[in-house]
Structures are given as structure tokens and as C-alpha cells.
Design a protein around this ligand. Structure first.
Ligand code: COA
Length: 167
């Protein structure tokens, strides 16, 4: 099976997507198209037959420098330009095959590309639960002090890991 990623459009059928988390399913079914009009960009992972088997959503963001740890926040302005990885989910019948990591790489690649053109220092995620937070910790994000579900990673480090130029 091969997979491809496309920016959400009116031809994608979202209704049957199930990832095991109702909030993430409902957001794709009911809010992703509206969110596009409000500034979020959603990308879907498609199987060969056109079935939507994953998605992620990104949006411009700022994060308060005071909320970061010393190492990440040192010397930072009060409002740090960032990219929010607002959602990421994979169809539940495909969990455990590392496709989630592949999707995360595409999502991070997208954030780096956006930040190289428009600016941004950090990628920020709000994990839906402890398990999701662990997934991001495993992928070299760090939690911000006082909020174990909010995690950040420097875009310069992401670019380096992906072999992309920066900035
Ligand atoms: C989280 C999710 C995207 C992971 O995708 P997946 O393809 O099932 O991930 P895999 O089990 O194949 O794991 C890929 C890698 O991440 C690691 N991983 C996966 N889940 C993890 C967790 N909860 N904690 C720590 N590491 C985790 C695996 O160990 C593996 O690492 P490796 O490549 O170094 O061996 C997927 O399970 C999902 O969509 N879950 C429901 C929605 C959700 O929780 N989204 C999170 C964003 S808020």
C-alpha cells in the first residue's frame, strides 16, 4: 500500500474516518472545513483507493516566552512566532505500523517549510491526553513548565533532523 498527503479539498470523504479518539474524529468530520476559513490548514493522508486514513492540521501561532523553559526561552521575545500542530491522527486499523511517525514527519516538514518562508521559531502541540504527550516526547518534543500536555520543539532542530536548510 502506498499513501499520499493532500491539502484538504471538497472531494475528500471525511465521514468514515476513525482514529480511536472521538474528539479528533469529530473535529475532522464537523470542523476541519470551517477551520480552513478561519486560518487553519488541514492535510489528509490518503490510501491508494482514496480513503482518508490520517490527517493533521496546522496554523500560525504565538507562544509566550515566559511560559518556556530556560533553555528554549532564553533570549526570546515576549511573543515568540510559532506554528501550532493543532491536530494529528491516524486511522485506528493502521496504528502500530509507524505510519503515525511518517505522518508526523510530513507535518513537521510542512511546519518547517511554512516557517522558512513566513517566520517561526517553535512548533507547538497540545496533546489530547498523556498517551499523545508521550508520543510527542518520544519524537523529541519537550513539555513547557506547568503544562504536561503542551509541548514544543525548535524549528531549527526539526529542520536539521529533516536535512532541510534553515532558515
Ligand atoms: C498517536 C498515533 C498518531 C501514533 O501513530 P502509530 O502509527 O500508531 O505509531 P506507532 O505505534 O507505529 O509508533 C511510531 C513510533 O512512535 C512511538 N510511539 C507511538 N505511540 C507512542 C506513545 N504513546 N508513547 C511513546 N511512543 C509512542 C513508537 O514507539 C514508535 O517509535 P519507533 O519508531 O522509535 O519505534 C496514533 O496512534 C493515533 O492517531 N492515535 C489516536 C490519535 C492521537 O492520539 N493523536 C495524537 C495527537 S494529539
Amino acid at each position: 500500500m502506498t499513501y499520499r498527503v493532500e491539502q484538504l479539498n471538497e472531494n475528500h470523504n471525511l465521514a468514515n474516518f476513525r482514529c480511536g479518539n472521538n474528539g479528533l474524529d469529530d473535529w475532522l468530520h464537523d470542523h476541519a472545513r470551517t477551520a480552513t476559513g478561519q486560518g487553519t490548514r488541514t492535510y489528509v493522508l490518503l490510501a491508494d483507493d482514496g480513503r482518508v486514513v490520517g490527517y493533521f492540521a496546522v496554523a500560525p501561532h504565538t507562544i509566550d516566552g515566559d511560559a518556556l523553559s530556560g533553555r528554549t526561552g532564553r533570549g526570546a521575545p515576549r511573543h515568540i512566532p510559532a506554528i501550532l500542530l493543532a491536530k494529528l491522527a491516524l486511522a485506528d486499523d493502521l496504528h502500530g505500523e509507524r505510519l503515525g511517525s511518517e505522518l508526523l514527519i510530513v507535518a513537521l516538514d510542512t511546519t518547517v517549510e511554512a516557517a522558512r518562508r513566513a517566520g517561526g521559531k517553535l512548533v507547538v502541540v497540545d496533546a489530547i491526553d498523556d498517551t499523545a504527550a508521550d508520543f510527542y516526547l518520544h519524537h523529541e518534543f519537550e513539555t513547557v513548565p506547568g503544562n504536561p500536555h503542551r509541548l514544543v520543539r525548535k524549528l531549527s532542530a526539526v529542520a536539521r533532523a529533516l536535512g532541510q536548510p534553515w532558515p
